[in-house]
Design a protein around this ligand. Sequence first.
Ligand SMILES: *Cc1c(COP(=O)(O)O)cnc(C)c1O
Length: 506
Amino acid sequence: MAADKEAPARRAPIDLDARAFRAAGHALVDQIADYLERLPGLPVTRGESPRAVRNALGRGSLPEQGRPMDELLAEVTPLLVEHSLHNGHPRFWGYITSSANPAGALADLLAAAVNPNLGRWDIAPIASEIEAQTVRWLAELVGYPADCGGILTSGGNMANFLAFVAARRAQASWDIRREGLYGEPRKLAAYVSADAHTWVDKAADVSGLGSDAVRWVSTDRQQRMRPDDLATLIRSDRRAGLLPFLVVGTAGTTGTGAIDPLPELAELARRERLWFHVDGAYGAPAATLPEAPAELRGLALADSLALDPHKWLYAPLEAACCLVRDPQALPDAFSFQPSYYKLDRRADDGRPGINYYQYGMQNSRGFRALKVWLGLRQTGRRGIARMIGEDIALARRLYELTAEHPDLEARSHSLSITTFRYQPRELSGHGEALAPYLNELNERLLDELQRSGRAFVSNAVVAGDYLLRACIVNFRSSAADIDALPGIVCEIGEALDARLRPAALR
Ligand SMILES: *Cc1c(COP(=O)(O)O)cnc(C)c1O
């Protein structure tokens, strides 16, 4: 090519120059601020059918021509606001999904703009250090040894999964990373409470152990794992030729917020020389409270710990964290050295930077640490403790309201989860036919309540009873929001009961 020919400027259809970005960005931020302001007045959800949502979206095929971004943003914000379930609403208490910290949205915008790739330190220097600091601060927050290792993951499932694989590698006496499960005829076994989350099944399945490797330990009346049953099961499994390797305690079960007796489980695992993992996806942040339940002190004794900043630290999705007591445990389980990555041979006076691709499953990794790190700095430990304490107090308030109410039955309160059900007062004496009817009534009630958009709770099934379940991980909820719930539940319940009650119960 002739050297004197002027190089043509390139205008990529995907680029926004600074002026266009500023205009679109300012408009978007205004729309988001309006949304946050209007949120308490919106229905939690419009309860639309999949067909209605698809119609709103339109069924056009892939556009051939592009369109200006300011036009698109003006369309997409209302589309999301009108057809979303708003888990940031002050009356959203379903599952374990928190209101998202608004600063987290700004952090995600900034993270995407700089777009560091946290697979390797040398291509994400400050971002990698921020992730390492975030990991350390999360450990400090919950009382875990701060010289631990760790990595941020997409969610609690992935955080638990990494710990599971690290435990498997650390406990295997053969080279399990090369030989896999073929290196040992005995089958590995992991122990977990009957009320634990389904991640254990997935981890056992995809890591090749098979879901039979998960040994479910019975729970007491408060849904906590029974250490005596755990000990018995391990003993009989060893006798039967299994190879126990892992005990999983849960700090806050998904259903009722139960906390397993972690210190006892830690001691048992130590005696049996098993890896002790704690699933604190939901409950671990409660350890920061001065009045935290005593069992949470057991977090500090775990070989590994999973926790979810996108649950009770109010980070926007997705952000979770896997901590390991021995910092080498993650690279021991996950690192391979590919030829296309050069080693960083820089001699430094401190520790080398972390290449996070060696710490987990992901290679290219986004900067999810930023929103968590900014959130921790925005509130400090005190702000977090205050919000968590208030969430727990609101859950207790709901428990007390339902206990006092003649048409409601309070069932449990642990951490920020309260379970209860609708039981019209004149139905209390009826035997046999009552239990199935109450289950049906409460299931239908939940359905209507959720679709009404007036408030949103989910359900738990405990000892065969279908219960309504409110999980308050919501810094926007107030006492007035909680106080409204019993009335809404009873209003819907009464109308349903009038329609559905079988003759035998009249
Ligand atoms: C929510 C939860 C998980 C799964 O976490 P995700 O972030 O949804 O992947 C695992 N364990 C417990 C106890 C949970 O509450």
